[in-house]
Design a protein around this ligand. Structure first.
Ligand code: 13P
Ligand code: ZN
Length: 275
């Protein structure tokens, strides 16, 4: 099969296009990665160049040794992924030591995978271990309202989680573990990757102060649904703060949240609710 005919590539491209339509990907902002299944790679192997040179990842991910990933290219625009995927995205393979990768397909006009590859791979390694291999996607977007909140709220997991949960009844059901917050750091390197992947041991969502958000999930729809829910919640919160200066007239209480656990068969992170 041709790479561009494969369902996992079509799903990957759809997220890029949807994220651009949402306004989360100005210029080259944001990036996406997907840990492919062996049978998906087998189905497109006729188009893969296994003789490409190995390059340094800039991080060590032994838990992902010998695996294949789809990733957006560094400096590439999400706007262009759907119309020119071969120029904008690539398939890479990680080597047996988890320190190098090679580009086996895509980026036909040159370039390299996203500058956030260390964060993507370290996060994918952590969530793969946490979910027994179920999680396969890491998505980074510059969501407007989430970024705005990082100027207004204290950069604490508890504050962000509680405020975002309060903004829509289904929020705690969609992200019961809550959200983690990384303080401002230089993007694109191992240090921010380590800080983010530490949070991904607990959360499916990590917010980068004054920059954007990372989310993770098992498939494209679930991952998309998660980021869409979180950003919508942030948008409501921005509107509430704009209208009220942060003084809510009423809200969903911790007792209300507790009542959701039984009917929705979910357990919320106790750290973020009164006992
Ligand atoms: P890349 O173009 O290298 O993916 O970088 C975009 C970005 O959002 C960095 O955080
Ligand atoms: Zn970014």
């Amino acid at each position: 099969m041709k790479v561009l005919e494969a369902a996992f590539i079509k799903g990957f491209i759809r997220i890029c296009a949807n994220g651009y339509a949402k306004g989360w990907h100005e210029r080259n902002g944001g990036n996406l990665s997907y840990r492919a299944r062996p049978e998906e790679i087998e189905s497109v192997k006729e188009e893969l160049n296994e003789n490409a040179p190995w390059r340094e990842i800039g991080a060590t991910v032994p838990g992902l040794a010998n695996e294949y990933f789809v990733a957006t290219g560094s400096g590439k625009y999400m706007m262009n992924v759907a119309c020119d995927p071969e120029d904008s995205i690539c398939i890479i393979k990680v080597d047996e030591t988890g320190t190098k990768f090679k580009i086996v397909w895509g980026l036909v006009n040159g370039g390299r995978p996203t500058s956030e590859l260390p964060s993507h791979l370290m996060n994918l390694e952590v969530v793969k271990a946490r979910t027994n291999g179920a999680y396969r996607i890491v998505y980074h977007a510059h969501c407007t309202n989430i970024i705005a909140l990082t100027f207004a709220l204290p950069l604490e997991d508890k504050v962000f989680t509680h405020e975002l949960w309060e903004m829509a009844t289904e929020c705690p059901i969609v992200f019961p573990a809550g959200v983690g917050v990384v303080p401002w750091m230089v993007p694109g390197g191992e240090e921010i990757a380590i800080a983010t992947s530490k949070l991904m041991k607990t959360y499916d969502i990590a917010i980068w102060a004054h920059h954007g958000i990372f989310v993770t999930g098992p498939d494209f729809d679930t991952t998309w649904g998660l980021i869409d829910t979180v950003e919508k919640s942030a948008e409501i919160l921005v509107k509430v703060y704009s209208m009220t200066g942060g003084k809510k007239t009423q809200t969903i209480t911790d007792e209300d949240f507790r009542q959701l656990e039984g009917p929705f068969n979910v357990k919320f992170n106790d750290e973020f609710l009164g006992k």
